[in-house]
Design a protein around this ligand. Structure first.
Ligand code: FES
Length: 371
């Protein structure tokens, strides 16, 4: 195998095979076109163009440290994680957007600089590697076919063809077994399926005649609004949860769990459309973190903040459950509540948005931004 360099400007290479000892050139079905005449780059023949290319590479690499610095500053910039960028299809935490942008451009510029370097500055030699036929010799092919024929003969399959057929059938059917197990991956998450499962909770079972009561999840007793003190937090469940058993009980509990808090109504912000979702400063929120679904009940009475112990997402229950810190991207869903004739807390219906962590098909709702 030989390698030919073509670094002589203006000269192409004739890669046709050399004549043999008899002066005969072996013919190919398609003429070998050789390689194109080498044309020198501007950067090689013009010093100014060469300097310009070097400056372009330098410019790309020089920007990278600045972008890396921007990345670090965005990480530490106080309050940046609370900035929400809402622009067309982009709805994101400003800090994440800035960090991703800085890092992405830094990597892009390293790549652009490296490409420009290799295209304009690195040595411009063209290499030709001649290939020889990869086919085996006739002797080798005959030997291999003889071995295969011998193997077939010794297996007895040529005399008892039914054995081969039954083996192929057995293997074919066995392959179906793991395919069937794919069905255990779960049903397709079609919109109708989602509406019946992860996008509803058993709070939706209430009617005007038979409302669902909020009950203490330990004592299972109903909660009277007048008995709650300002600053108090109660872990709650829907009273109908105990109609379920086994896996269904766990599934419904995981979605329907709530926390009920009482705050001074004069110290909280309630969006206009949620004015009748609370009872004199008593509000109910999903207990399931919107980040990756931990149950939350670390409550700071003075600040009205609810802290998730898993990754420190913090929600302001005095401001529609908005995220004030941490990786969660959506406000805590609020359960609209009221009281019955005797002053016990009842649900006005289900949550207005799916509870818990995000999933691929989930839509965004105004409530996710605390509206
Ligand atoms: S699950 Fe709550 S912050 Fe991650």
């Amino acid at each position: 195998m030989s390698t030919t360099h073509n670094d002589n400007p203006g000269r192409g290479i004739d890669t046709r095979p050399a004549p043999d000892a008899n002066g005969i050139i072996e013919e190919h079905p398609i003429d070998d076109p050789g390689i194109e005449t080498h044309i020198e780059r501007y950067a090689d023949v013009d010093d100014k163009a060469g300097d310009r290319a070097a400056r372009q590479v330098l410019f790309c690499f020089a920007l990278v440290p600045l972008l890396a610095l921007g990345f670090v500053i965005s990480y530490f910039w106080p309050g940046f994680d609370r900035v929400i960028v809402d622009f067309g299809p982009i709805y994101s935490n400003g800090q994440h957007l800035a960090m991703g942008g800085f890092l992405g451009f830094a990597v892009l510029l390293i790549g652009v600089g490296a490409i420009q370097w290799s295209r304009e500055i690195m040595h411009d030699a063209e290499l030709v590697e001649e290939r020889h036929p990869a086919v085996s010799s006739d002797e080798d092919r005959k030997a291999i076919m003889a071995e295969i024929d011998q193997g077939i003969e010794e297996s007895g399959i040529s005399r008892r063809k039914v054995l081969g057929t039954s083996l192929a059938g057995a293997i074919g059917v066995t392959v179906l077994a793991p395919l069937v197990m794919l069905l255990d991956a779960g049903p397709w998450p079609l919109p109708s399926r989602r509406r019946e499962t992860i996008e509803r909770t058993i709070w939706d079972a209430g009617t005007a005649a038979e409302p669902i009561y909020l009950v203490n999840d330990v004592t299972r007793t109903r909660i009277r609004a007048a008995d709650m003190e300002i600053g108090q937090l109660i872990n709650g469940e829907p009273e109908n949860l105990w109609d379920y058993h086994g896996a269904a009980f766990q599934t419904e509990k995981a979605k329907a769990a709530i926390i009920i808090v009482r705050m001074d109504p004069n110290s909280i912000k309630v969006p206009d459309r949620r004015q009748d979702w609370h009872v004199g400063g008593i509000l109910a929120y999903s207990k399931i973190c919107t980040h990756v679904g931990c149950p939350i009940s670390l409550w700071e009475q003075q600040t009205h903040h609810l802290l998730c112990p898993c990754h420190q997402s913090t929600f302001d229950l005095g401001d529609a459950g908005k995220v004030v810190f941490g990786p969660a991207a959506r406000a805590l869903p609020q359960l609209p509540i009221t009281v019955d004739d005797e002053g016990y807390l009842i649900a006005r219906g289900d949550f207005t948005v799916p509870v818990g962590p995000s999933y691929f098909e989930r839509d965004l709702y105004p409530e996710d931004k605390g509206e």
